[in-house]
Design a protein around this ligand. Structure first.
Ligand code: SAH
Length: 210
């Protein structure tokens, strides 16, 4: 169930759903998603579906991971990316293969630790992890060329906009539970432009680290 054929089927499905970025498809073909869920769920790892990772959190659906990553990369490869909501670390490892440096913030300590360990086991070395509140971003390494937020706030956090480089992009689900829009924001010299990408359903971005 975790065979190359099963993975290939997922990649074809992503293509059918409109994912065009060859590099994103290539990386998603290579990265073993089944290692990011409990063994009991690994047979479902290559279905195009979100899966539970404990603490009422979920590993995003592959289509959404692909769509967000593709949107971030639309104007070319990225150097420095900030991720809010490390969760399982699956989106993190995808980014690590496509960007020079990834900075990832998570508010649940044990998820953060587990993801950090997993990426170390997989010999990923260009990711820095932080346990903390994503509403604050990670000012120490700002500005970022890309920011990806994998939990939904009701409004775009100002501090994240501040930490985006000029010309940088942010992909973020915005809205209340069950009715969010995935939005692509671009910071230009004259302000912020916004484009709606898709209706989505993410877990909420919650304040404070626990
Ligand atoms: N990208 C993850 C998705 C995990 S679900 C994956 O593919 O596995 C969203 C994650 O955002 C959860 O782990 C949740 O704990 C985290 N989160 C929610 N609010 C946060 C905040 N304010 N700061 C940092 N992380 C947050």
């Amino acid at each position: 169930m975790t065979s190359q054929r099963t993975r290939e089927r997922l990649i074809r499905r992503l293509q059918q759903e409109g994912i065009r970025d060859e590099r994103v498809l290539e990386v998603m073909r290579e990265v073993p998603r089944h290692l990011f869920v409990d063994e009991a769920l690994s047979h479902r790892a290559y279905e195009d579906t979100a899966l539970p990772i404990g603490y009422s959190q979920t590993l995003s659906q592959p289509y959404i991971v692909a769509k967000m990553t593709e949107a971030l990369r639309q104007s070319g490869p990225l150097e420095k990316v900030l991720e809010i909501g490390t969760g399982s670390g699956y989106q993190t490892i995808i980014l690590s293969q496509l960007c020079s440096q990834v900075f990832s913030v998570e508010r649940i300590k044990s998820l953060q630790r587990k993801a950090e360990q997993k990426l170390r086991q997989l010999s990923v070395r260009n990711v820095r992890f932080r346990y903390g509140d994503g509403f604050e971003g990670w000012p120490g390494y700002a500005p970022y060329d890309g920011i990806i937020v994998t939990a939904a706030p009701e409004d775009v956090p100002e501090k994240l906009i501040d930490q985006l480089a000029e010309g940088g992009r942010m992909v973020i689900p915005i809205g209340q539970s069950y009715e969010q829009q995935l939005v692509l924001l671009t910071k230009t010299s004259t302000g912020i432009t916004q484009r709606m990408l898709a209706p989505v359903r993410f877990v909420p971005l919650l304040p404070g680290a626990v």
